[in-house]
Ligand binder design. Sequence first.
Ligand code: ADP
Ligand code: MG
Length: 396
Amino acid sequence: MSDIPLEASMRKTVLPGGRIGILGGGQLGMMFIESAQKMGYRVHVFSPDADAPACKLADRVTVGLFDDVEALKTFARSVEVVTLEFENIPRQAVEVLEHHTQMYPGPNALITSQNRIEEKTFFQKRGYSVPPFEVIKTPDDLTQAVHRLGYPSVLKTTTMGYDGKGQQVLFSSDDLSTALNIVGPEGEWILEKFIDFEAECSVVAVRGHDGSMAHLGVFQNFHEKNILDVTVSAGAEMDDVEKGAIETTFGLLKELDMVGIVCLEFFITKDKQLLVNEMAPRPHNSGHISMETHRSSQFDLHVRAVCGLPLGDTSQVTPGAMANIMGDLWVDGQEPDWRQLDAFPGVKLYLYGKAEARPGRKMGHISVIHEDPFVCLETIRAARKALIRVKNYGPC
Ligand SMILES: Nc1ncnc2c1ncn2[C@@H]1O[C@H](COP(=O)(O)OP(=O)(O)O)[C@@H](O)[C@H]1O
Ligand SMILES: [Mg+2]
């Protein structure tokens, strides 16, 4: 096969019964496989970790590292299209795959999403507003940037950050002193102004081989300790800010000539300004609720898009809400008391089958639907609260 990447015009439809490859073995891959298999596809997972959730469901698994060129080539030849479930895949791996099969998303979208500075610069160049930020390479850069942006501000690693990892909020000069020890001679950080936003939201949208696009509406998100906690999909008529969020997401999909799902996270400021926070070129945690609320879930849509099928019906059937089940709910090694959910018959439990529960680790989620989004929010919060165990400190 030649070393020239496949052109858009060479996108080939993969019909049900065909073979899809996915890079990464996490829960997003697992739920993608469920959708794909329901449509008759066979899925081959390439994952560095044999015990990852998606490996249990896959039709075939290659356990390998993303720098193993020969393993990647063999994997690429075994499938008709490759996609991914997390974006921190080395550029070289994507380039190898691109030369041997169809790969969605392609390197442009991936590289843009892998580095917070590239990502924010990309958005700014296209006229999308982002939180004010500065690039930090030295302790002196940090001191000056804090001086300009003020407190509070958020220091983030530029790469490999997810679920709030690699970031800290600086509230005072004491925090700055601590942070100055982190910013070393090597590496790059980003300092962002802390946005006292009114709300956070996300848009999950999809683009097919032929450039057709669809979206699942605007999800409202609530974070705890910088990790997504609860998502509500209200399905209400959109206001101008929300319409702007959809337009921005469609613009991004087109600009990057993407195929598949993208999620764009936004802050909505108190004066109703829309600021882009970050993008994920794959299914997203906030989109899990679409499995209950929409005719096609984000995973169904991702399968159809990367395989070149028509996107299908993306209409919303009902409002719904989702809450994450984090490893923090496992106290002293004990499982949460799942029987507590019996009191919430409408609540559905999803567990990802991860062997070890750790604080900050996503172990599963719960979801609920109801015609009133406020009831959804209250119910899902109450159900999750019922799962909290109190730590046993022993006799007083
Ligand atoms: N500049 C900021 N101002 C206010 N809150 C922020 C800012 N940056 C991040 N956060 C909070 O932290 C969460 C996670 O940050 P994000 O940049 O999305 O990183 P991750 O890649 O870990 O999701 C955001 O959803 C938001 O709640
Ligand atoms: Mg985020």
